[in-house]
Design a binder for this molecule. Structure first.
Ligand SMILES: C[S@@+](CC[C@H](N)C(=O)[O-])C[C@H]1O[C@@H](n2cnc3c(N)ncnc32)[C@H](O)[C@@H]1O
Length: 424
């Protein structure tokens, strides 16, 4: 867009004070915080109001005085696609900001502890994506990621932050969306989750109604043409050419469709290594919110493991992988740890516990751990705020917190993971 067309739309020229926890530039010029996505601290920017009821948000129109920390984004979709919030900031201040999210969140919760430097865990890139299929204007199919702050879909033909193992994922998603949208009525948005496995792409489609036989035939044909390892719809098998497995430690795990998987290989390996270091020589280890077992399967090289997760498919996959020769016994069972956290008598025999809950945290379980005598508790979290709440419970129960390590698995986003050890 030309400078003159920007200029006509300008309603305000403001200075940005800093980058907030969600990655937006924050201006305090009116005394109230105003949020400007894609703006950096110290910049003077021209902004417009945002349509709808967003009195505290502005749209960036132009950067008048740029920060010396501003860099050129590497993706042509950046600024439109909502997948990345930050590609315009130099690595060093970006790392300091991300670590700062953890530091500030813990300080706000009154938790006094060291925070280590941010560990980069982007590695080769994301190994899993969820693409959306929608009809746009003139009923033209769009397959891509959600736009920033909107449910609109930005059609995507490339994404430079993906692991090369996801090569072909975008083409396959476009080809799968076609029969599901052209040959049957589209009532709901289509979600196409693609995961890189050792044997090729594993795809699970959600949001379509039950497809009639000709659509299933068309989907199977696409799966063959694109040499997918497996295609499922709402977890039900459409076609499997090869078993979609991922390597965890010494073991290959068969992925259940749609189960949780860490976003990058480097992220999983980094978190697992930090957990193992903190668990140390413990012989009886409890792995709560275990998923398909990235921690359990590595820890079982030295310790006996008991593992729980509410996802029965993930637990079954872990139980099967646990039969790998050379591992110590792993007992894995499904259990809802929000409703039925493990209680003191069940926690008694463990030397160490690791818990890695979803974004909501593990309040009920943290309360029970706080009342337990387990000598070592290791927390892994993808949400600093709920971690701080749960850490507070453990500290109030008598645990000491050691250095917290922030991990950057979701580069270019405001998400940050962390690992912390508690002892008593
Ligand atoms: C952040 S993932 C961690 C999984 C695993 N530790 C990993 O690294 O792959 C959180 C896990 O919590 C599980 N979960 C979600 N709600 C749960 C609940 N109420 N009770 C038990 N597990 C739950 C999910 O199935 C998921 O596997």
């Amino acid at each position: 867009m030309s400078n003159s067309s920007w200029a006509r739309a300008v309603v305000e020229r403001i200075r940005i004070d800093h980058v907030g926890h969600r990655g937006d530039g924050v201006s305090l010029h009116t005394g109230e915080a105003v949020y400007v996505p894609y703006a950096l601290g110290g910049e003077t920017v021209e902004v417009d109001h945002v349509a709808g009821n967003h009195p505290d948000r502005r749209k960036l129109l132009a950067v008048d005085i740029a920060s010396p920390e501003r860099i050129e984004p590497f993706c042509p979709h950046f600024g439109v696609c909502g997948g990345c919030a930050i590609q315009h900031w130099a690595a060093e201040p970006y790392h300091a900001w991300k670590r700062g999210i953890v530091v500030e969140t813990l300080a706000q919760a009154g938790i006094d502890c060291e925070v280590a430097p941010l560990v980069d865990a982007h590695g080769a890139g994301r190994r899993r994506i969820t693409l959306h299929g929608r009809f746009g204007t003139h009923d033209i199919l769009k397959v891509g990621f959600a736009a920033a702050n909107s449910h609109d879909v930005i059609p995507i033909d490339r994404c430079p932050i993906l692991d090369p193992a996801l090569e072909g994922a975008l083409d396959a998603a476009w080809a799968l969306a076609e029969p599901l949208t052209s040959k049957m009525p589209v009532t709901k948005p289509l979600d196409i989750q693609v995961t890189a496995s050792l044997n090729g792409l594993d795809v699970d489609i959600r949001g379509s109604g039950p497809p009639p036989t000709p659509v299933v035939t068309a989907l199977s044909r696409v799966a063959e043409q694109h040499r997918l390892a497996r295609l499922t719809r709402h977890g039900e098998l459409v076609l499997q050419r090869l078993a979609p497995t991922v390597r965890m430690g010494r073991t290959d795990v068969m992925l259940p469709p749609g189960s949780f998987l860490q976003a990058t290989v480097a992220g999983e390996e980094t978190l697992a290594a930090l957990v193992a270091e903190r668990i140390g020589k413990a012989k009886e280890v409890l792995d709560l919110f275990c998923g398909v077992g990235p921690f359990a399967l590595r820890l079982a090289e030295k310790a006996r493991i008991t593992a729980y997760d509410s996802d029965a498919g993930a637990v079954a996959a872990l139980a099967k992988a646990a039969r790998t020769p050379g591992l110590k016994p792993i007992k894995a069972e499904p259990r809802d740890l929000f409703r039925r956290p493990l209680v003191a008598p069940e926690l008694r025999d463990f030397d160490a516990v690791v818990f890695d809950p979803p974004r909501q945290g593990a309040q009920a379980q943290a309360l029970k751990l706080a009342a337990s005598k387990v000598p070592v508790v290791v927390a892994v979290s993808c949400n600093a705020a709920t971690f701080a709440r749960d850490a507070r419970l453990l500290i109030d129960g008598g645990y000491r917190i050691e250095t917290v390590v922030p991990v950057d698995q979701f580069r270019h986003t405001p998400h940050v993971e962390l690992v912390a050890k508690f002892t008593r």
